[in-house]
Each structure stands twice: as C-alpha cells, then as structure tokens.
Design a protein around this ligand. Structure first.
Ligand SMILES: *[C@@H]1O[C@H](CO)[C@@H](O)[C@H](O)[C@H]1NC(C)=O
Ligand SMILES: *[C@@H]1O[C@H](CO)[C@@H](O)[C@H](O)[C@H]1NC(C)=O
Ligand SMILES: *[C@@H]1O[C@H](CO)[C@@H](O)[C@H](O)[C@H]1NC(C)=O
Ligand SMILES: *[C@@H]1O[C@H](CO)[C@@H](O)[C@H](O)[C@H]1NC(C)=O
Ligand SMILES: *[C@@H]1O[C@H](CO)[C@@H](O)[C@H](O)[C@H]1NC(C)=O
Length: 509
C-alpha cells in the first residue's frame, strides 16, 4: 500500500503537548471595544473546511507604518474552553519559511490539506486540543506577510525579525484584549531556534519597561532541532554524519581539520569538503530523516535530491541554490499548501493578500533566505538569560535528523553547564522507549527516538510509568521518585511546580 509521504514521516513523529494548570480568568473590561476589530478578522469558514467547534481568526497587524510592513497571523482557538487555555505562538524557521505552510498545515495545526488542494481534513493530533495556537508568518516577506518597501526583503535578519515580532504581539493583544494577561509560550523548530529565544529576550526587555498589568505573561519556550550555536552545531553535525556512517573516516577527519566552524562563511576548501560529503558520500537519502525513504516530488524526482541542493547548514554555504533549508518539511505536502493558499477564495476567507502582493504565496521565501542580513553566532547567552529570568525552557530533538542533529544540540547545550536535576532516563510509549530525557536546573532536554527534523505532532495520551524495579538502592529509589514526579507533571499538571509539560507520545496510526 502506498502510504503518503506525510504519513510516513508522521509515523515517526512524536508529540509534545503543553498543558497549563493555572486557570485564566478572562478579563471583562475589554470585551466590547475589541469585539469589532476582532470580528473583522473572524474566519467564517475556509474553502473545503469541515465544521469545527473552535473559532478562528486571521489577518494583518501593521508593525512598521512608514515602511508599510504588516505581519500575517492565523489564530486557531482551543477546541474547548479557550479562555482558560494558554496562547502558544508557533514560528517556523528557514529563515524565510512560513508557519502557515508548515506549523499550521503539516505539524501542529488543526487542518491538513488534501491531495487535490480542494479541501481540508482534521488533524486529530492538533495542539489546539490543549492550547490556543497563534501561527505567525514572520518576518515580512514570508508567506502573506509583506512590506511595501521592497528593499526590506534584502536586509532583514534576526534583529528585525525579533523587533517586528514583538511589535506584532503587542498590537495583536490590543486587537484581542482577552488574550492580555494570558500565559504565553513561544514554540518553533529549526531556524526558529533563533526566532523563539530572540523574541523571548525582546519580550523580557519589553516587560521590564512596563507596569506589571501590561506585561506579556511569557512563561516558557520550546524549540525542536533548533539552530543554537554555530560552532557546536556544525561540529555536532559533522560528528553525527560520521557516527551514523554517512561519511568516510577520511572526510570526517578532513572536515574536522579544515573547517573553522566558528566562521560564518567557510573557506573554499571546507566548502568543497562539504560538497564532496553530500554529493559523493551521502547518497540519495532524506537528510531530515535519514532512515525514511525519500519522498517523491512533483516531477517524480526524489525529495532528497532537492533537499541536498537546498540544505542550509548553520554556516551558510552561499553557493547553494535555493536555500529552502532547514525547513525539513515534507515536500509532498508543501505542494498542496502552495496550491491551496494561492487560491483567491482561500485568500479571501483568510483576509490575506488584501494589498495585492506582487508575487505568489510560497512556503519559503528564497529572496529572504539568500539575503539574510544578520544572524547571531550563538543563542546560548539568551538561554542563560531566560533561565535566570525563570522561564521554562524545553529543548527537544528528533534523533534521526542529520540537518540539526541531536549531537549538535547536545554539544551546544553542554556549554551551559547546567546542574542535572533528574539524570538521563528513557521515557516510554506503549512499553517502547520513546526517547530520552534529562532535566537540568532551568531546562529540560528530551530526545524523540526515530523522529526526524519535524518532531511535533500532538497526541494527548499519558506517558507510561517506568518499569517497577524492586532491587533499588536508596539513591535509585530517590531518582525513581523524581522521575515519577516528572511523570505526574506530564500527566496531570502539578500546580506548584510544573506549568509547562511535555508529553511525547508516538503517533503511529
Ligand atoms: C501597502 O500598500 C498598499 C497599497 O498602497 C496599502 O493598501 C497598504 O495599506 C499598505 N500596507 C501597509 C502596512 O501600510
Ligand atoms: C478534498 O476535499 C474536497 C472538499 O472537501 C473533496 O470534495 C475532495 O474529494 C477531497 N479530495 C481528496 C483527494 O481527498
Ligand atoms: C515515485 O515516483 C516514481 C516515478 O514517478 C513512482 O513509480 C513511484 O511509485 C513514486 N513513489 C512514491 C512513494 O510515490
Ligand atoms: C496576491 O494577489 C495577487 C492577485 O490579486 C496575486 O497575483 C498574487 O500572487 C497574490 N500574492 C500572494 C502572496 O498571495
Ligand atoms: C544588518 O546587519 C548589521 C550587522 O549586524 C546590523 O548592524 C544592521 O542593523 C542590520 N540591518 C537591519 C535592517 O537589521
């Protein structure tokens, strides 16, 4: 049976769910004035959409008036009791890739686009069973987000992305006052490993200047297969290739001795070693999931071939063609998205492209990606800041991704030198090891065994207890108790200690 490409990938994926224990009181003062602005953004129904019990909104928020920059968002509220559930902001990476294309339509969102792009069906693992989901296309130039100053597409980088995204969030909450004071989590993957912590830092700076009642109640962040630190990411990536037998001993040694992983732009010698590894040694594999069969793209060529051309390593080899990059998303479903979101009736229903953007909607913007102006060398200093500021930090990693692999993340995180609270332990799904977790002071790291670059998929099922062992030392018993406690947090929420809960569950269906 030909299983569709997306399902193949999904079968490997795991779930991360955020459950918040503190109930939120909806503020009452705001209901009226906002109602009109809000109502204008209300999505009645999308073409081909099944009936759903939750509300959706989408539209633009202007983030820079003089330039004419506006960011597009899509809010899908929680299935039930949205006013008591947190706001989860989801960002995709690239840079230049769309959260509507990936996060909403392939990963955590409530709908999937069907093969003919004529309709939608429900994603039964959508995160909006647990939270209100805000998909933001950022920066301007991504998806429906645009700038009337065309030069903006040529000098945007990390800095503007973070600044504009903060302005967006503040103004968006003016439009949706019932979300003011709501607990907020920022989530994303890949290059959003930059966006998410950078936006968190921006929010912390914003909050420090505001009276308490008008702060953004940021509680934590969660990133997956996240670009974190150029040097350690690059080293860990090459190490992963070698340890997973993707490259020869010789290429490994040469890469290690020739490349200066700290540099933004590598020497030609180093670049040609990378090219040799990818073109001569990797073979036709899906780098985003090295054990999955490559998916076919529209012309019948395999995705891995396309991916190899478009991979964007953290050190950015500029000679590569379309830097679709670290999106890592299933190219088969990307096509459906590009058909669906370019339909005029879909755009009308979404209140999108109201200013007649002079180019088509695409899942990733090559222009932005190629011209990316500034990128922070390391995000680790922001991790320190977030931890010091009491934010919950979750880092997860699908362990068969070779683009931002688990070794890259582990090398990077190790630099934080955090104290271990709960030592490395396996977590289980249906009596199988789903992955491994280590809980540090201020940060939880979790791997998802057999998951590729695109980890998250949601399935609210309780994680299983570890096996009951009898012959335990006191120390082991203590650890066991701590793990149990973490499990409890995962399962039902711990009002004192845990707010941010990870429940990673296999979703093979
Ligand atoms: C961009 O220009 C169009 C056409 O003039 C205008 O309708 C739109 O409001 C402008 N966008 C912003 C954010 O100013
Ligand atoms: C896609 O959805 C539309 C509208 O719901 C439906 O008519 C069509 O049969 C679906 N096509 C496929 C291939 O699922
Ligand atoms: C990939 O394309 C080839 C040639 O077009 C086709 O024979 C094959 O069935 C396709 N495989 C998948 C998984 O769609
Ligand atoms: C916006 O709409 C115009 C037609 O009005 C279309 O040509 C263009 O491709 C659309 N762009 C996007 C980004 O949706
Ligand atoms: C582009 O990058 C430079 C160097 O990092 C920075 O000073 C400048 O502000 C950036 N430009 C924009 C528009 O963010």
């Amino acid at each position: 049976m030909a299983m569709d490409c997306r399902r193949k990938m999904m079968a490997f994926m795991a779930a991360v769910v955020i459950l918040i224990s503190t109930p939120n009181a909806a503020s009452s003062h705001d209901v009226q004035g906002a109602a009109a602005a809000e109502e204008a953004d209300r999505i009645v129904s999308l073409p081909g959409q099944p009936k759903v019990p939750f509300r959706q909104f989408s539209g633009y928020v202007t983030v820079h008036k003089a330039a004419g920059r506006a960011l597009f968002y899509w809010l899908t509220e929680a299935y039930s009791d949205p006013s008591s559930k947190p706001l989860v902001v989801w960002l995709n990476g690239g840079p230049g890739c769309s959260s509507v294309a990936y996060g909403a339509s392939e990963e955590i969102g409530p709908f999937r686009i069907n093969k003919t792009a004529s309709g939608l069906h429900l994603n039964k693992f959508s995160w909006n069973t647990a939270a209100n989901l805000l998909f933001l296309e950022t920066p301007a130039g991504v998806g429906f987000s645009y700038s009337n100053r065309s030069s903006d597409l040529l000098d945007t980088g990390d800095r503007r992305t973070a600044e504009d995204s903060l302005v967006f969030l503040v103004r968006w909450m003016e439009r949706f006052p019932r979300y003011k004071g709501r607990e907020v989590f920022l989530t994303g993957e890949s290059y959003a490993g930059h966006y998410v912590p950078q936006l968190a830092r921006q929010i912390m700076a914003h909050n420090s200047k505001k009276p308490k009642h008008s702060t953004i109640k940021l509680r934590g962040i969660m990133v997956g297969n996240a670009v974190t630190d150029n040097y350690y990411d690059n080293m860990g990536t090459v190490m992963y290739w070698w340890s997973h037998a993707m490259i020869s001993d010789q290429t490994y040694k040469q890469l290690m001795s020739t490349c200066d992983f700290r540099r933004q732009k590598e020497s030609n010698e180093c670049e040609s070693l990378y090219s040799y590894a990818m073109d001569q040694e990797f073979g036709n594999i899906d780098q985003y999931n090295i054990y999955a069969p490559p998916c076919n793209s529209s012309d019948g060529s395999t995705a891995a071939t396309a991916t190899r051309q478009s991979i964007r390593l953290p050190h950015r080899p500029h000679h590569n063609k379309i830097l679709r990059q670290i999106s890592g998303y299933d190219p088969c479903t990307e096509r459906y998205a590009e058909t669906y979101y370019n339909r005029p009736d879909v755009q009308r229903a979404l209140h999108a492209n109201t200013s007649k953007i002079p180019y088509k909607w695409t899942a990733c913007s090559g222009v932005l990606n190629r011209n990316w102006n500034d990128t922070e060398v390391s995000i680790l200093p922001i991790y320190r800041k977030m931890i010091a500021g009491g934010l919950r930090v979750w880092v997860f990693s699908g362990d068969v991704d070779s683009v931002v692999p688990v070794t890259a993340t582990r090398y990077s995180l190790a630099q934080l030198k955090l104290r271990t609270k709960i030592p490395w332990y396996p977590w289980y799904v249906k009596k199988q090891v789903g992955g491994w977790t280590e809980v540090y002071e201020g940060l939880t790291f979790a791997t998802v065994r057999g998951a590729g670059h695109e980890v998250p998929l949601f399935k609210p099922r309780a994680a299983e207890s570890p096996s009951q062992s009898h012959e335990l030392s006191d120390r082991e018993r203590e650890r066991e108790r701590e793990r149990e406690r973490e499990k409890l947090i995962i399962q039902c929420g711990d009002r004192q200690n845990g707010r941010f809960h990870l429940s990673a569950v296999s979703s093979s269906h």
